[in-house]
Write a protein that binds this ligand. Structure first.
Ligand code: UT7
Length: 334
């Protein structure tokens, strides 16, 4: 069996900055409420006039990751694309990335695990490399939330949280056994509707939504039972981080950098306190980007890497929780 390592990282976020004050213009909210409850100061929302889409943003992040790995697009053997906001209902954006990169007809897989999507994708890529099937796998997380959010006071509990952007890594065969030590994936589908966008989908087709023409119908906007999700998040994050540490004979103090999915700063701070970690051991950038779901971990990892916060030999832990519910972790010896 081979070991896989993150050989290159990159991210891309749209230029358009939307501050909390900007949101006050079209809903009853306040900079104070948003910062106090979530830690978010601003987020990036795609300018609809730009060519930014999950596929194009993902490709931009991927190109940076490929360059950062010292590779060319044709060195990539397989694409894994994680998103909850694909350009099209089908096909998923993985195939669009294959086209946009202008590369040979390699396989492209789309992952639908929302906030845990990037770690699920990383785990899939890790298996392909471990078995020797592929040498370089591109793993992308990219989201375009802003176009589908309800930008009124009714939608404020969800809308103020989410942002757009993309991050990517190239996972490659490691030469020195440094790399992904283990990944851990979980789900609990009985809570599927607690954080979901129900329609339009096969349980609720567009025809049905349009024929009912119900002004109170919010099924085509994302719904989140915030308090319920929060309570489950803090428990599952801690569990899955401990699972990764215990599997590899480590304890929280051994972590050099924890990069949690950026769901809410209060969640990250809760985990940090519970695990007895210092500020230097936890990376957060939700203040600048909000919650970018599948893109949040690779964007954060990319920024942390650019800022020199990750060194060769460091123990890096990734962890996520979100819609599904799904939760996941990955422990990496850098
Ligand atoms: O990434 C996937 C996983 N997602 C998460 O982990 C998110 C988990 N949940 C959360 O982060 C938090 O629950 C939220 C940030 C979504 C909400 O924070 P909260 O502290 O749980 O607030 P709440 O939902 O209990 O609402 C408190 C009050 C309510 O008013 P009343 O009923 O007390 O009068 C809300 O209507 O705050 C009101 N409210 C707002 N006020 C101003 C809700 N959203 C807003 C808003 N601006 N944007």
């Amino acid at each position: 069996m081979y070991t896989s390592k993150i050989a290159g990282i990159g991210h891309y976020v749209p230029d358009n900055v939307v501050t909390n004050k900007d949101l006050e213009k079209f809903m009853e909210t306040s900079d104070e409420w948003i910062q106090e409850r979530t830690g978010i100061k601003e987020r990036r929302w795609i300018d609809p006039k730009s060519d930014d889409m999950p596929s194009t943003m993902g490709t931009k992040a991927a190109k940076k990751a490929i360059e950062n790995a010292g590779l060319t697009p044709n060195d990539i053997d397989f694409i894994v694309f994680a998103t909850l906001s694909p350009d099209y209902y089908f096909p998923g954006p993985g195939v669009q990335v294959q086209d946009l990169l202008g590369i040979k007809e390699i396989g492209a897989l789309d992952v639908r695990n929302q906030c845990s999507g990037f770690i699920y994708g990383l785990s899939v890529a890790d298996q392909f490399i471990k078995t020797g099937m592929y040498k370089n796998v591109l793993v992308i997380g990219s989201e375009y939330h802003s176009g589908g959010l309800e930008k009124t006071t009714r939608g404020r509990g969800v809308t103020v949280i989410f942002g757009d952007g993309a991050g990517a890594v190239v996972l490659s065969r490691s030469e020195n056994n440094h790399g992904i030590l283990s990944t851990h994936l979980h789900s609990e589908g009985k809570h599927a509707k607690e954080l979901a966008l129900i329609g339009p989908a096969t349980n609720r087709w567009v025809d049905q939504i349009m024929s009912e023409n119900d002004p109170d119908d919010t099924s085509y906007y994302p719904y989140m039972n915030g308090n319920f999700v929060f309570k489950h998040a803090v428990t599952r994050f801690s569990e899955v981080i401990m699972e990764a540490l215990m599997t590899n004979g480590h304890q929280p103090g051994d972590i050099n950098l924890l990069v949690p999915h950026q769901a809410n700063l209060r969640i990250s701070q809760f985990i940090q306190k519970k695990m007895g970690l210092s500020d230097e051991q936890v990376y957060n950038n939700i203040m600048r980007y909000g919650n970018t779901t599948a893109a949040s971990i690779p964007i954060a990892l990319s920024e942390a890497h650019q800022e020199g916060k990750i060194k060769e030999g460091d123990l890096v832990c990734l962890a996520a929780f979100g819609s599904g519910f799904t939760w996941a972790s990955a422990l990496i010896k850098w």
